[in-house]
Design a protein around this ligand. Sequence first.
Ligand code: HEM
Length: 508
Amino acid sequence: MAMSIVFVGLHPIVVVLACALISLATVLIHRVFFASLSRIPGPKITALTQLWIMYHEFKGDRTIQIDKLHSRYGPVVRVSPVEVSFNNYESLREIYGIKSTFSKSSFYDLFVYYNTRNTFTSLDKPNHSAKKRLVADRYTKSYVMQPSVADKVRGHASAFMKQVSSQGPVLDVYTWLHYYALDSITNHLYGIYGTQTLSAPEHRGIVYDLSGVKHRARLYMLHYFGWAMSLKTQLVSIMRKISGQSTAFHVRGNRLNDYGEVSVSSFRRDQTTKDTISTCSKLFNQIPNNEPAIAAECMDHLVAGVDTTGDAMCILMWRISTPEYTHVQDMLFQELSSIKDAFDPLTRTAPITALDKLPYLDAVIHEAMRWRPPVPMTLFRIVPPTGAVISDHVIPGGTTVGCQAYSLHRVEEVFPNPDLFDPTRWLTEDAAHLTAMRNHFWPFSSGGRMCLGHNLAMVEMKLIVAAVYMHYKTRVTPGVTEESMRMDDQLTSGVPHALSCSLDFVAR
Ligand code: HEM
């Protein structure tokens, strides 16, 4: 009544505008002073609006900005009116632990391929468990370490070494390591239909689509403004249908779509190959009549296995090729020399069983992924409808929460001097400290949704790092700088800003 008196005699447009302003002010005042998340530490702007975090997402420095917030406000920080970031082991266990009931957020819808959810994109526990059960045994340590599997990866490491000899002395390891990662994962997935990008150019376009361009802006547009983007997608689908191509949508482009589809259907047609090792063979055995689900599952492993592993190896080689860290190469060489007889002179590689026993090699790989995790950003989860208490903070149901590896790996009490690249920190004999480091080491996530491919990734990394540093010293070339290699957030990886890293290979 009082309100309507105030508006008497005003033009209707003015009344509408005034009402809109009052409503907006009410929402904002509620967010800043009364909403449950207003009591979580953080700058006022993040209580007021999501625009601040969106700005940093589009800019590519979300991870760094959240890290700065943790340095300033502590382990629990509000990053938007609907999201809280946590940075301690206690929260990590609560959100991602094996008993967690936090589901994945709709953010993961961006990675649904062939219109079918796969292990990675299943949001809730029952769906996820059913999908994961179909393929998990292909990625256990004992499975990927057996010669019939690991020797295939070794073959790709050998192909990489051949390229170093023939293309060298300068090689863009960013690109060539992504070729290596693609060949390793696709041969594990599709058997004889895997790629051979290291030795033949045919499928190199796939690596370009995955790792040679930045998809960040387009993917965030899809995430936030999907309704507007879907019109364009529909048009592209129609055009592809007219030209007789697959119409399934792939956020990384159609070459990947087509390759994934063709590989799976070729595999089905040609089951006479009696391949029993690949992921595809297992899936055809389990769900023989569901080709879209097989293609979707394999495509996810492909995408998950290229940028991550490729970036990890690239960052490692770059870091130890800069003048302040080249001593790491010498220590690697010293350790590798202790098993020099295990190296085959023809392929210049050693069997994974021998490499897996080397503590310094393991420490260098751990340190590279600690110092610059390939997936440095928040892994979004949604608080169950009943709400939760995380790290002594009451968080309402439906809130987006998460931890980010980049910040967990910089918790000063666990990793003193965290910006120093120091593999020897992993060789400590202080058991309690080592346990604390392992608890905070999170490049592959943890719990029920931990990376499925981490054992395969470790095999790939150990084989290549050993082969290179047994035979070469590497040095950065002039264009490779801290700036060109700085972390540039995409949606699910933190890529080197320049998307290239040319190193000089000097034979030992
Ligand atoms: C250094 C290399 C790798 C890193 C750092 C890495 C990291 C991760 C991380 C952080 C997650 C959790 C994602 C989330 O919860 O949003 C994940 C999940 C996953 N990764 Fe990896 N990954 C690597 C290599 C691979 C490879 C080679 C494969 C090949 C199979 C793979 C397959 C998967 C799958 C299928 C999931 C989903 C697991 C699930 O939801 O149960 N990853 N990875």
